[in-house]
Ligand binder design. Structure first.
Ligand code: PEP
Ligand code: MN
Length: 340
């Protein structure tokens, strides 16, 4: 499972390095943070911009972490490439705009930097697919998708509504491509993040991008949804536990299914033996001119079988049906033998 974690935004070198230190203890594939923040309304914190690139280089050097950030223009791409940023992502607001995506794709031509494409805010899977194709047409080979929820007039308990069907549909559309989930932006509040993350992994998505901050309440962006490092560690434990439980359950089911197979083979074997005996009986009946159907014998046999079923706590109706079928098959075989 691929794990990407880090703060929503880079705020100060100290903030960035302290969370990087915590996350370097965990096996994550990329340390994330936004430098250029696309904000819905003007006037908010719009990110530290290009100066954060040096801070990310410090994270790489000091903690050996690979780093990823969001790009929304060719200028961002150019600056990130110059600073050896390890991976990029295209944010939901940019994926919405094919012009921007095309320009970014153009600026990435000739590189093989891994790129993550978040779904657009509006629930249009074709816009998401279109962005992935523009990047793929530009020759990029390491493209992943990130399901971060879609925006509806009413998102219920979520900040942005998860559209699991679309995320799974995307995996079907691109079997080779990884589809991750960003439960932080879906949840919007930390209490809900683990639950959404678990759901994503249980549905078979390939990884998670999660916002982590050492002091989430004081974060300059997305304060209510970021997890502190301890909460992030518990989330991972929770997922590991659910996965190992799933593995144990499927191992046990596998063993029991093998036992069922053996029993079924024995049933078929016994049926074959029974039919052979019927055939033998038909020869004797034929030689001695005895009628094939001996109704009293059949009634007696059925009574015995039902009594045994009852003693063994089996459904008598099941046993009755099975022996009616077996008996009629015996008669069919005996008739066939007679007519031969
Ligand atoms: C983010 O990851 O911080 C971000 C802005 O995400 P999105 O584009 O999914 O809103
Ligand atoms: Mn965010």
């Amino acid at each position: 499972m691929e794990l990407i974690a880090g703060p929503c935004s880079a705020e100060t070198p100290t903030q960035l390095l302290s969370v990087a230190k915590e996350l370097s203890q965990i096996n994550i594939s990329y340390f994330r943070c936004g430098l250029w923040k696309p904000r819905t309304n003007p006037g908010g914190f719009e990110g530290v911009g290009a100066k954060g690139l040096d801070w990310l280089n410090q994270v790489q050097a000091q903690y050996g972490l690979k780093v990823a950030t969001e790009v929304a223009s060719p200028k961002h791409v150019e600056q990130c490439l110059k600073h050896s940023i390890d991976a990029l992502w295209i944010g939901a607001r940019t994926t919405t705009n094919p012009f921007s995506v095309q320009e970014i794709a153009q600026s990435l031509k000739g590189t093989d930097i891994p790129i993550f494409v978040k779904n657009p805010l509006n629930p249009d899977i074709n816009l998401w697919i279109g962005a992935i194709e523009r990047l793929s047409n530009a020759g990029l080979k390491h493209i992943s998708a990130v399901h971060r929820g879609f925006s509806f007039a009413n998102n219920g308990i979520y900040r942005q509504t998860p559209y699991w069907k679309e995320a799974v549909q995307l995996k079907v559309h691109y079997p080779q491509m990884r589809v991750l989930c960003d439960p932080s932006h879906i949840a919007g509040k930390r209490e809900l993040v683990t639950q959404v993350a678990l759901q994503a992994i249980q549905l078979g998505l390939d990884g998670l991008m999660i916002e982590v901050h050492c002091h989430p309440q004081e974060a300059l962006t997305d304060a209510s949804q970021q997890l502190c490092p301890q909460e992030f560690t518990s989330l991972i434990e929770c997922i590991k536990h659910s996965q190992s439980h799933k593995t144990n359950t499927s191992l046990l089911l596998g063993e029991l299914r093998k036992e069922i197979d053996v029993v079924d083979w024995q049933i078929i074997d016994l049926l074959q033996q029974r039919m052979n005996i019927s055939s033998h009986i038909s020869t004797i009946k034929k030689e001695n001119n005895i009628p094939l159907l001996q109704i009293t014998r059949f009634q007696q046999m059925m009574q015995d079988r039902l009594a045994q079923a009852k003693a063994q706590d089996l459904n008598p109706k099941l046993i009755e049906d099975i022996f009616e079928l077996i008996h009629s098959e015996s008669l069919r075989i005996q008739n066939k033998d007679t007519n031969d």
